[in-house]
Design a protein around this ligand. Structure first.
Ligand code: OAD
Length: 230
């Protein structure tokens, strides 16, 4: 079975009603990104950060996967698929994908602010000030913030290096180190980049740019890959 690695960003969840970060009307509007998504912001104002992620968690809980997420799940019938997502929602899981690397963490997990290895599945939709881990420290969202390392990067890079086909969808490729994963792709491997507003990708031999929304473009691309590469 050929291996397909897919790098996804906020754009794949846009048609599920979740805002992207950098489009007009994006999520950061009204919020200072460094206040709600950085380790310094957390230290300054944990209540604001908890409120922000509680709001995002509720929105993600209510959201449903769209045809883009579903197409990627379908791909597993014919390919060995790894999804590397920058998204903290669980829409790939809800669509049925089984092999997902969350580079920037997960909304439905909490963790100790004392020990990053103490991670918990959340049973409720909110983390409140005063909710403690078993070691007595405040619980925080299990999210990789600006100013923090990306622990899953190496695992993701190893998968990307093994890809026979690489797909990038719904990311502006502006946030590193995630955006740098494309440089780990073997030079013989075809790369498909799909976005209604294509991000800049340095030219290379096997690059195919597809100007499309995920819910429309991914089902078509998946059909094509199944026909061509089986
Ligand atoms: P961005 O908001 O930077 O980029 C979203 C991309 O999705 C843009 O290129 C849009 O053109 C595209 N897009 C919009 N609608 C789409 C659709 N229907 N189908 C496909 N694409 C569409 O989001 P990311 O690149 O994911 O990090 O942002 C990367 C990281 O920045 C996030 O993971 C987050 C943020 O800071 C953390 O929270 C740590």
């Amino acid at each position: 079975m050929k291996k397909i690695v897919v790098l996804t960003g906020a754009g794949i969840s846009a048609e599920s009603g979740l805002s992207t970060f950098r489009d007009a009307g994006g999520l950061w509007e009204g919020y200072d990104i460094m206040e709600v998504a950085s380790i310094d912001g957390w230290r300054r104002n944990p209540a604001l950060v908890l409120e922000f992620y509680n709001m995002r968690r509720k929105a993600a809980y209510e959201a449903l996967p769209n045809d883009g997420h579903k197409a990627l799940a379908k791909l597993e019938k014919n390919f060995d698929v790894t999804i590397v997502t920058q998204n903290v929602d669980n829409l790939h899981e809800k669509a049925g994908s089984t092999n997902i690397i969350h580079l920037h963490g997960e909304l439905f997990k909490s963790r100790s602010s004392l020990d990053e290895h103490l991670v918990f599945e959340m049973k409720e939709l909110e983390i409140k000030l005063g909710d403690k881990c078993p070691r007595g420290s405040q619980l925080r969202p299990h999210i990789v913030w600006f100013g923090e390392a990306v622990p899953m990067l190496e695992t993701a890079a190893k998968e990307v290096m093994k890809a026979d086909i690489f797909i990038v969808v719904g990311t502006s490729l502006q946030v590193y180190p995630a955006a740098g994963l494309i440089d780990y792709v073997d030079h013989n491997t075809p790369i498909y980049v799909m976005d209604p507003k294509l991000p800049y990708v340095s030219p290379r031999a096997n690059l195919k740019l597809i100007e499309a929304k995920a819910a429309d473009g991914l089902p078509k691309l998946v059909e094509k890959l199944i026909l061509n590469f089986e």
